[in-house]
Design a protein around this ligand. Structure first.
Ligand code: FPP
Length: 229
C-alpha cells in the first residue's frame, strides 16, 4: 500500500489510541438496533486500520471491549463478542498479508476458551510481521492493568528477585500488559464524550487528547486527516 503521507505536512503519531464510541447512538439516530451500530463500527475500524497502514502509523490501540462492558444487556454483549470473533476470523488473512502484527491487551484469566484460542492464534500467526501493530484492548481496564502490574511486582519481591526500593516508574511500565510499546502520543475518542473511561491510564500521562463529536461508524479518511492535522 502506498504511503499517502509522503510530501504532505501531516505529522503522524507513532502510537495512536482510539476509543470507538457512539455506535449505539449512531444506530438510534437511524431507528436501528444498537447491534447495527456495532456492525457499522466494525466497518469503520477496518477503514481506520487501512489509514494507519497507509499513513505509516506504527502502533494503533483500539478500545474494543472494556472490563465494564460485560454489564450491558446479555444480547448486546453476545452480539459484540460474535462480531469480534467474526472480525478476527474473516480479516486475519488480509491483516497478515498487510504485515499487521496483532496483540491483545486485557484480562485473559476469565475469558472463554474459544475466545482465548482465537486471540492466541491471531497473535501467533502475525507475530513475525513488521508493519502496523494493532493492539486490541479486550476485556481491558486501565485500573485492572495497573493492579496486575502490582501483582507481578509483588510476586517478584516475594520471590526475592527485586526489593521494594527497586520499584520505580520503569518497573511499573515494564510490568504492564505490553511492556515494549511506546506510550500513545495521541488518544482519540469519538462521540463527544470527554472522559477516559479507564483506558490506558498509566500510558496516557503525556499523551495529547482529542475528543471529536463524530459518532464512531461515521469515521472516515477526512476525519482521520483532520485529527492528524
Ligand atoms: C462503543 O459504542 C462501542 C463499543 C462498546 C464496542 C466497540 C466494538 C466495535 C467497534 C466492533 C467490534 C470490535 C472489533 C475489534 C471488531 P457504544 O455502544 O458505547 O455507543 P453509545 O455510547 O452511542 O451507546
Amino acid at each position: 500500500m502506498s504511503n499517502k503521507n509522503s510530501g504532505s505536512e501531516l505529522k503522524t503519531p507513532t502510537h495512536l489510541a482510539v476509543t470507538m464510541d457512539g455506535n449505539g447512538r449512531w444506530a438510534k439516530l437511524r431507528g436501528m438496533a444498537r447491534t447495527a451500530g456495532h456492525k457499522a463500527g466494525t466497518q469503520a475500524l477496518r477503514k481506520l486500520v487501512e489509514y494507519c497502514i497507509s499513513y505509516e502509523i506504527k502502533y494503533l490501540t483500539i478500545f474494543s471491549f472494556s472490563s465494564e462492558n460485560w454489564s450491558r444487556p446479555k444480547d448486546e454483549v453476545n452480539f459484540i463478542l460474535r462480531l469480534m470473533r467474526h472480525y478476527v476470523i474473516s480479516d486475519l488473512e488480509k491483516l497478515n498479508k498487510n504485515n499487521v502484527k496483532i496483540k491483545v491487551i486485557g484480562e485473559r484469566d476469565t475469558l472463554d476458551k474459544t475466545i482465548l484460542e482465537l486471540i492466541e492464534n491471531a497473535e501467533t500467526v502475525t507475530k513475525n510481521n513488521t508493519g502496523l501493530e494493532l493492539i486490541i484492548a479486550f476485556n481491558y481496564g486501565g485500573r485492572g492493568e495497573i493492579a496486575s502490574a502490582f501483582k507481578k511486582i509483588a510476586q517478584n519481591i516475594q520471590n526475592g528477585d527485586v526489593s521494594i526500593n527497586d520499584i520505580d516508574e520503569d518497573m511499573i511500565s515494564n510490568s504492564l500488559y505490553l511492556p515494549n510499546i511506546p506510550d500513545p502520543d495521541l488518544i482519540l475518542r469519538t462521540s463527544g464524550e470527554i472522559r477516559f473511561s479507564n483506558f490506558l491510564l498509566w500510558q496516557s500521562a503525556y499523551s495529547e487528547l482529542m475528543f471529536i463529536d463524530d459518532l464512531w461508524p461515521d469515521f472516515n479518511e477526512k476525519t482521520f486527516i483532520k485529527v492528524l492535522q
